[in-house]
Design a protein around this ligand. Structure first.
Ligand SMILES: Cc1cc2nc3c(=O)[nH]c(=O)nc-3n(C[C@H](O)[C@H](O)[C@H](O)COP(=O)(O)O)c2cc1C
Length: 197
């Protein structure tokens, strides 16, 4: 397992510190019980007005036809590694009843995915979120109704072997993780004045 813990100025919960987005997945299937826990974690996320706008379409590699359909919506660069994962999940957000995007539906989907991701890691499973897919294709392939919007696709599985990755992906797999400094993302009192933490 490649460990790339966050370098932090302040202590973090171990799961938050250890999480990253791997591309080297093992094709080992995920146990039913663990699948259940992943979805329970997502279900119990907070959401605006408790609308729970998230929907998760699970596609396991063992369901070859459906897997091919969802994998086929991914950008080529994502297909090159994500096809190895035993589970892909299409995340969709519910639109507001007037047909517009509910203001916080995408936010709430992200929150639910964060829950799922942390629960996954607690069970030794890894998640790689992808925006690089065709929402239109996913809608057509899976009959996503008009009042839902495809948001992302998740690759989920146990960690595999980085040596199996396409050559152009191996360096990033083991390379460092970077972040903006706290002073650039956290302000205090007025916009732009770094919160000196
Ligand atoms: C909404 C979202 C979409 C992403 N889309 C892709 C993607 O299409 N392909 C990819 O390889 N990584 C994708 N990523 C992974 C990010 O590149 C990654 O989270 C970021 O570089 C930070 O790295 P870390 O997650 O390892 O800390 C996505 C992440 C998020 C949250």
């Amino acid at each position: 397992m490649t460990e790339k813990p966050a370098e932090t100025a302040y202590p973090l919960h171990d799961l938050l510190r250890r999480r990253w987005s791997p591309r080297a997945f093992s094709s080992t299937p995920i146990e039913r019980e663990k699948l259940g826990s992943l979805l329970e974690a997502a279900r119990w996320a907070a959401s605006s007005r408790n609308l729970q706008p998230w929907r998760f379409l699970l596609v396991e590699a063992s369901d070859a036809e459906a897997f091919e359909k969802l994998a086929g919506t991914l950008m080529d660069a994502n297909q090159a590694w994500a096809r190895k994962a035993p589970l892909l999940i299409l995340v969709c957000a519910q639109r507001s009843p007037d047909g517009g995007l509910a203001r916080h539906a995408f936010h709430d989907c992200g929150l639910a995915v964060a829950h799922l991701t942390m629960q996954a890691l607690s069970m030794d499973l890894w998640v790689h979120q992808m925006a690089g897919f065709s929402a239109e294709k996913a809608r057509a392939e899976f009959g996503v109704p008009a009042d839902f919007e495809p948001v992302s696709v998740l690759a989920v599985g146990y960690y595999g072997n980085p040596a199996d990755l396409p050559e152009n992906r191996r360096a990033t797999e083991t390379g460092p993780r970077t972040r903006k400094p706290l002073g650039e993302i956290a302000f205090r009192g007025t916009w732009g004045s770094a919160a000196e933490l």
